[in-house]
Design a protein around this ligand. Structure first.
Ligand SMILES: Nc1ncnc2c1ncn2[C@@H]1O[C@H](COP(=O)(O)OP(=O)(O)OP(=O)(O)O)[C@@H](O)[C@H]1O
Ligand SMILES: [Mg+2]
Length: 354
């Protein structure tokens, strides 16, 4: 993807007062792609976004957009639109005037501005609000104005920093779907910052999981979930059962691990004596299924979640045993019940213990 990447951030470094916040980040995004930066608070997501937007200078590294080096350009000459959380609209202007603002500043012909504003009003479903003051809008409506204002000037790249985090869940989910539709329709490339894994999984073509100023994995949502590259990605995205142990040997393509629950296997290879963590996604574990099982555990509690039930089991300190099942035919089992847990060796993930 090197040659045809639309946005190419290479070796971006940033330190504040001697503390490294970005440690040489590479990020390549294809034209029309929607990428999420996902990671815990303080990992450097906003810093990376501000560097791409030109609101902050990197200490080192280059940024290419559509074949041109833009790292030295001021923000307004980068062709990049930005939408922040609680983006400040111009409060004394109407909805339509806010959307028209960037077009006027860029000296678009007056005859084009009206039709463009009407088109974007309609795209964000605010046609009937054109002449209303933005002060008289709900939070969700204000964010739609901010998105329309950023897109009306047809930027090459749209950057969004947690734009929906102040909205309630239902509205947030609507906005996620609407934004995705809008960007597809317009063919706009976007980098979207969030610390909400569900938001990243739903919206993204690919997710960059960040930790301490570095991208630990950049992959499609299903790959991030099924094959987390590191123990950090495993823990940050989705739930899992986790069992620590020591490698005792190799059985062809499987690692054999001694654990508090007996010997377990995982695909891969590790040196004997290595401390490792085994992990399984909770929906891959079968409860009391006929045939082979991996271990027996005592139920601590069962949590009803509508379409599924989470079962949490007693586990050794530091370990975590949980199962998600959609099969509710027998009702909720009572705490204290002993159950057999089984899963495929192929579904077992293995990481060096941290
Ligand atoms: N101007 C600054 N001066 C000093 N330190 C800063 C500055 N901006 C950011 N930092 C520090 O850099 C680190 C990364 O900050 P950043 O805002 O990029 O995190 P983030 O991933 O966006 O977090 P959040 O999810 O909380 O928004 C943090 O430790 C932060 O305190
Ligand atoms: Mg941030």
């Amino acid at each position: 993807m090197t040659s045809d990447s639309f946005l190419d951030v290479a070796g971006a470094e940033k330190a504040f007062g001697g503390v490294t916040v970005l440690g040489g980040v590479d990020l390549r995004v294809a034209a029309g792609e929607f990428i999420s930066l996902l990671g815990p608070s303080g990992c450097g997501k906003t810093t990376l976004l501000r560097i791409i937007a030109g609101l902050l200078a990197a200490d080192r590294g280059s940024i290419r957009l559509d074949g041109e080096e833009i790292g030295a350009r001021p923000p307004h000459r980068r062709d990049v639109g930005v939408v922040f959380q609680n983006y400040a609209l111009f409060p004394h202007l109407t909805v339509a005037e806010n959307i028209a603002f960037g077009l006027k500043a860029r000296k678009h012909p007056a005859g084009e501005i009206g039709p463009t504003v009407r088109r974007f009003l309609s795209l964000v479903h605010l046609t009937d609000f054109a002449d209303r003051s933005v002060r008289a809008l709900s939070g969700g409506q204000q964010q739609r104005v901010a998105v329309a204002r950023a897109l009306a000037v047809k930027p090459k790249l749209l950057l969004l920093d947690e734009p929906f985090s102040a909205l309630d869940r239902k509205l947030r989910e609507n906005m996620q779907i609407e934004l995705r539709r809008l960007l597809r329709e317009l063919g706009i490339t976007a980098v979207f910052v969030t610390h909400d894994q569900d938001e990243a999984l739903t919206m993204s073509d690919r997710i960059a999981v960040m930790n301490r100023g570095a991208i630990e994995q950049l992959a499609e949502p299903a790959t991030i979930y099924r094959s987390p590259a590191t123990a950090f990605v495993l823990e940050f995205v989705g739930l899992s059962s986790r069992i620590s142990g020591t490698v005792v040997g190799q059985d062809y393509e499987h690692v054999v691990v001694d654990t508090a629950y007996g010997q377990l296997r995982a695909p891969g290879s590790f040196v004997p004596g290595a401390s490792v963590v085994l992990a399984v996604r909770p929906e891959r574990i079968k409860v009391n299924a006929p045939g082979d099982y991996a271990l027996v555990a005592r139920l601590r509690d069962a949590v009803f979640q509508g379409s599924k039930v989470q079962l949490h089991f007693e586990a050794r300190d530091g370990d975590h045993l949980m199962v998600e099942t959609a099969d509710l035919s027998d009702g909720l089992p009572a705490p204290g019940t002993e159950m057999r847990l089984g899963w495929a060796v192929a579904d077992t993930l293995i990481y060096p213990a941290s």
